[in-house]
Design a protein around this ligand. Structure first.
Ligand SMILES: Nc1ncnc2c1ncn2[C@@H]1O[C@H](COP(=O)(O)OP(=O)(O)OP(=O)(O)O)[C@@H](O)[C@H]1O
Ligand SMILES: [Mg+2]
Length: 332
């Protein structure tokens, strides 16, 4: 459990309506429990289509939640328009592609000042905008204020996007694949900036990524998501040193292949969220079942019939896997 939690998500579900008549709803987020503390960086990791963006949007009130609860800074999700406005000031999002996020006809100054104007915070506007840009590594700010997005590099554009969020002094920043559209050479700088801002402002950050290697560099904790659910969560170093869920182990084997770890290729594709398998949602692709280890442990029938819950371990991590409940199971 997170200390001093800023955000508490309890059994959050998001289901998209069927795309065709007679179809089934897509259970894109299917029961997520997650707490994030002030000043903490949590990475939400998982392959494409597992529901990361849907969950991120749900946290920010940009996507309707079909069940469960979200408590932010001690309050349930805002019901009135005024509360929602104040919530949107304190919880900001940064998207993957800074070019798409920035209005090409607005100068850097106008872009960063926009949030202040929307929220009626125009006192000392010039000073506040300047400070936000410099805090985000664009200094001296005067050099950037009158520039337009096309005059900036990709990394500088993402810094402007982040400055536009930071100007409102948010308590929570959600960054959805914040560096995947950037050159490899500037990715580290932007991640370093997010880390610095989290520490200095005591801001909670949820970084959404499909890249476990990226999570490794930045996060205090990593949450591994599979088909709408968190299947493992724990402190970064612990989770990477001793991954417990077979899905985490497979993801990690890809990242560590260059260190001599044998890459585990998962069979098949992640199922569609309109047809989540019964039992453990990962069972059709699980190496433990395929190798016969689950049978040896006597859990194979549970894997196909019983949905494992996310269970806390003594080391503060949590895992949803029947094998980790087995006393004879040795972590890979
Ligand atoms: N508006 C929608 N209507 C129906 N299904 C949707 C809608 N938006 C997303 N989905 C489905 O919900 C699931 C989760 O999508 P989401 O975009 O949240 O995944 P993601 O983990 O962010 O993927 P990526 O890594 O590719 O960005 C996918 O199966 C997707 O096809
Ligand atoms: Mg996404």
């Amino acid at each position: 459990m997170a200390r001093d939690p800023l955000l508490v998500c309890d059994d959050v579900h998001v289901a998209y309506p069927p795309r065709r008549r007679g179809g089934k709803p897509a259970r894109a987020v299917d029961g997520i429990d997650l707490e994030i503390s002030k000043g903490e960086i949590v990475a939400l990791v998982g392959e494409s289509g597992c529901g990361k963006t849907t969950f991120a949007r749900a946290i920010l009130g940009l996507q309707e939640v079909s069940a469960g609860s979200i408590v932010f800074d001690g309050k349930s999700f805002p019901a009135t328009a005024d509360d929602r406005k104040s919530f949107h000031r304190r919880a900001q999002i940064v998207f993957q592609d800074p070019t798409a996020s920035l209005n090409p006809r607005h100068s850097v100054y106008e872009i960063v000042a926009e949030g202040l104007r929307i929220h009626g915070l125009s006192d000392n506007e010039h000073e506040v905008v300047t400070r936000a840009l410099e805090r985000c590594g664009l200094h001296p700010a005067d050099r950037y204020l009158s520039k337009y997005p096309h005059e900036l590099s990709g990394g500088q554009r993402q810094r402007v996007v982040i400055a536009g969020a930071m100007v409102l002094e948010p308590k929570l920043l959600v960054a959805d694949e914040p560096v995947s559209s950037l050159d490899a050479s500037v990715r580290g700088e932007i991640l370093g900036l997010l880390q610095t801002l989290a520490r200095e402002q005591e801001m909670a950050v949820l970084v959404v990524t499909h890249d476990l290697g990226l999570a490794w560099n930045i996060a205090d904790r990593i949450a591994v998501m599979y088909l709408g659910r968190i299947v493992e969560i724990g402190a970064t170093e612990e989770l990477l040193a001793r991954p417990k869920h077979p899905y985490t182990q497979a993801l990690l084997s890809v990242v560590l292949e260059h260190l001599g770890m044998v890459q585990q290729i998962l069979v098949g594709e992640m199922p569609d969220p309109t047809a989540i398998p019964s039992g453990c949602r990962f069972h059709q692709r699980c190496p433990l079942l395929q190798s016969g280890e689950a049978k040896k442990l006597g859990i194979d029938s549970r894997c196909t019939a019983e949905d494992p819950v996310l269970r806390s371990d003594n080391d503060g991590s949590s895992v949803a896997c029947h094998a980790t409940e087995s006393p004879t199971r040795v972590a890979c």
